[in-house]
Structures are given as C-alpha cells and as structure tokens.
Design a protein around this ligand. Structure first.
Ligand SMILES: Nc1nc2c(ncn2[C@@H]2O[C@H](COP(=O)(O)OP(=O)(O)OP(=O)(O)O)[C@@H](O)[C@H]2O)c(=O)[nH]1
Ligand SMILES: [Mg+2]
Length: 425
C-alpha cells in the first residue's frame, strides 16, 4: 500500500439546534477523510442562526484564530455552504484557507472523476460554484485551472477590478465550452438509452447513500445473472467510489431479462450544482421502472441516510416510484437475514441467498404485468415458437394436430403481441 500524507485541517460547525447535528459533523469528518485530509480539531458553536458576516460569532472566530496558530494548520473546513463574503471575512480574520461543505464535496468529486463525462460534469459544477465567489481566494485556484495568469488579481486592488471582470468572462466562456462538450458526450449516452428503451426491458436502478453497497450488489447480481462475468463495476470502501452510471443486462433462468443500473451515491446537502450537473447521469435512475434503495443497515444513522436519499431523489424529480429497500450489510449486526418484510429486505450483498431473494422481489415488482397465456401456433409459424423459446418463460409445449400449443408467461411489450394465437374456449 502506498502511504498517503494526510493534510491536517480544522473543521467548524454551527449547531443550530438540529437533532441531527452530531451525525452532520460525523459525516463532514468522513468527507474530510475522503479528501485525503485529517481532522486535527473540531470547533462548534451553538447559535440560533449563522452570523451573516462570519458564520461563527466574533468571540468564536477569535478562538478559531488561536486554534489555527496553535495547531499550525492552514485549512479550515466549514460544515455548511458559506456565502462568498463569509468566506472572505473569515479568511481575513484567521489567515487560513476556508473550504465550505460544497467546496469540499466538489473537490472529492473532482479527484474521483475518471470518465470524460464525469470530469466535465464535475468541472461544470465547480465553475458554477466559483462564478459568484471569484473575488475570494477561489479565483487563485481558478487561474491555475483555466491557465490564465491573474497576476495577483485580488491582492492588487487597483488592477483587481478589471482582473476580476476578465476572470469572470474567462469563467463564463469556459462554462459555455464545457456545456457544449458535455452535450456531445451525452448524445452518445442518449442514443444508447433510446436503443435500450426500444428493447422495452424493465429497468431497475440501484440508488442510495454513498458507500451503502450499491456496486457490491450490482456485482453480485452480474455474477449470478450477467451475460459476462467480467463486466464488474468498481467497489471500494470510500465515499463516492462510483461517479458514472453503469448499465448491465441480467437474464434470469426463466428467460426474464431486465436492465440494472448502478448510480452515483448521495450524501446530505449534495451541492445543487452537482446534482444539476449529474442529472443526465442520474437519468438512468429517473427513467427506471423500479428503484432499489440500498441502505447501510449496520450504520446507526441509517434512517438519516434514507431521508437524505429521499430528498435527493425528489430534487432530481423522482418521486412515487415503486421501490425496494435493501437494508444491506446485515452480516455486520445481530439478527437473521435475508428477512423480507413487505418491500423491505434485510440482506447482505456478500450472501448469495440474499441476492436470490432480492432478485425474486425485483421480479415480483418489475414484472408485475406478466400473465400466463396459452397459445396455439400454426406449424408455419416456427418464427414465433423460436422467439418465445429465446425470449420468454415457456411453461409447457404440446404438439397438436392444428399446431403447437404453448403455455407461456408474457409481459411488457410482449404481453399482447401474440393475442392472435390465443386459445379461447
Ligand atoms: N460487511 C459488508 N460489507 C459490504 C456489504 N456490501 C458492501 N460492503 C462494503 O461496503 C463498501 C462500499 O461498497 P460499494 O459497493 O462500493 O458501495 P456503493 O454504494 O457503490 O458506494 P458509492 O459508489 O461510493 O456510492 C465496500 O468496502 C464493500 O465491500 C455487505 O453486505 N456486508
Ligand atoms: Mg458504487
């Protein structure tokens, strides 16, 4: 294993009397770790509302300043999204760099993005985040990124204004450029999706909080029912391992096929710039007939994570969709599994019996329009017989004088396709 040097940081969090405060701070600290940093100290303050100028109150900012000097760290991470002026004011007061929650998540996504599309999506989100913050220290980072030389744009006040204007224009140009590139990249995706839609197979999407086990379940199901076992997706014990949507066709022993997609994970207060930028990636989930929400059931805060998922799904416009809740990682806690209760399944992604049970729930919900039909197919329609044998669950075949009598389960696009051959008595 390669040693990674972790940058020490101080985290700061305002306690606005939310019952979820402890969880929110813990989540922030996990995000910090995911960004190769480590938390040296955490400073919190109870207030009724965020100080519009400095987030924390005056006294607390003094305390923060001393802590920065004492620990020698040069970066402070805030638990909330800060206004551009809050960032500017605190940075001035404490003489250290401030990253707010949104900036932190954007950095993690930027480090994780692998595919061209994910990189463009993250860049677009970052640019949109930076635009109103140009006069803060963010402008420095922008300069490195866009390759323009700011020449000390915000330290030199006189030249600063025009430099700022220039930066803003550069940014806007870059945003337009990235948007165009994204459109190109997404055209191909759209075509693929349309082709799949035409196949009219039911679509199922794995969604949920990051690190819950979506990709592990995907891989387990690919191993059992995939066309090609090699087509596994990345699994890692870290936040946001998956940024690109992967779609795989799974075919069950009874010939029923469906498309399963694995998507980017959620976290609370996922920056809206990111959600917007990832909308097309998440379209796979948005178009799904059935969602499987994967939850880390071994995490004491799993209910809050489910709330986060519900909020994020609503933000992408996915509501009231049939959903299975996969309460995953049950192997880490007491109690039997797999255990089904309604549309909830207590399970472990690493356990084959759990995956089989999950599959039968998927079948039940995604193939709910399936009917058993008995057809009489004339001998000159061998094409129909071979289609049914290849694409449907044929329960029985009998050769009669008039033709072949087939009892078969049909659904989806095929439900009424062969009604001409229906045996009616
Ligand atoms: N013990 C146990 N570990 C699991 C189980 N399912 C997943 N894991 C582990 O949890 C970690 C995260 O799993 P992933 O499948 O990458 O999670 P994900 O939901 O795809 O995460 P993101 O892609 O980051 O959103 C990995 O270390 C997995 O090995 C399970 O049922 N039991
Ligand atoms: Mg994943």
């Amino acid at each position: 294993m390669t040693e990674v040097t972790l940058t020490p940081v101080i985290t700061i969090a305002l306690d606005l009397n939310s019952p979820n405060f402890t969880y929110a701070v813990e989540e922030l600290n996990n995000l910090v770790e995911a960004n190769n940093m480590e938390v040296a100290e955490t400073l919190t303050q109870k207030l009724d509302r965020s100080d519009p100028a400095t987030y924390f109150g005056k006294g607390k900012i003094e305390e923060l300043k001393e802590l920065v000097i004492e620990t020698g760290v040069d970066t402070v991470i805030a638990n909330d999204e800060l206004s551009p002026s809050q960032i500017r004011n605190i940075e001035k007061a404490i003489d250290a760099r401030i990253i707010d929650r949104t900036g932190l998540i954007l950095e993690i996504f930027a480090n994780r993005a692998q595919s061209k599309e994910a990189k463009l999506q993250v860049e677009l989100a970052k640019l949109k985040y930076q635009l109103p913050r140009l006069h803060t220290s963010a402008s420095q980072r922008l300069d490195q990124q866009t390759g323009t030389s700011a020449g000390g744009g915000f330290t030199n006040r006189g030249a600063g204004e025009s430099q700022l204007e220039l930066n803003r224009r550069t940014l806007q140009k870059r945003i337009t450029h990235v948007q165009e590139e994204l459109k190109e990249a997404q055209k191909a995706d759209e075509t693929k999706r349309k082709q799949r839609d035409r196949s009219e197979l039911p679509t199922v999407a794995l969604v949920g909080y990051t690190n819950a086990g979506k990709s592990t379940i995907m891989n387990g199901l690919i191993k059992l029912f995939g066309e090609n076992e090699e087509k596994q997706v990345l699994v890692k014990n870290m936040l946001f391992a998956t940024l690109d949507t992967s779609v795989r066709k799974l075919t069950l022993p009874d010939q029923k096929s469906f498309l399963l997609s694995d998507t980017v994970g959620f976290v609370s207060q996922l920056p809206h710039q990111l959600v917007q930028a990832f909308k097309s990636t998440l379209a796979e989930a948005a178009n799904a007939d059935l969602l499987v929400q994967v939850v880390d059931y071994s995490d004491p805060d799993y209910q809050l994570m489910m709330e986060t998922t519900a909020k994020t799904l609503a933000e992408i416009g996915i509501e009231n969709r049939p959903m299975i809740v996969a309460l995953n990682k049950a192997d880490r806690i007491e109690g039997p599994y797999p255990t089904r209760e309604g549309n909830d399944l207590i399970m472990a992604a690493t356990d084959e019996t759990s995956l089989q049970e999950l599959t039968s729930m998927i079948v039940e919900l995604a193939f709910d329009d399936y009917e058993t039909k008995t057809l009489l197919i004339p001998f000159n329609r061998g094409d129909v017989i071979s289609y049914l044998n290849d694409n449907a669950n044929v329960l029985s075949t009998e050769y009669l004088a008039e033709g072949t009598q087939v009892t078969v389960e049909l659904g989806g696009a095929d439900l009424n396709r062969f009604d001409d051959f229906l045996i009616t008595n």
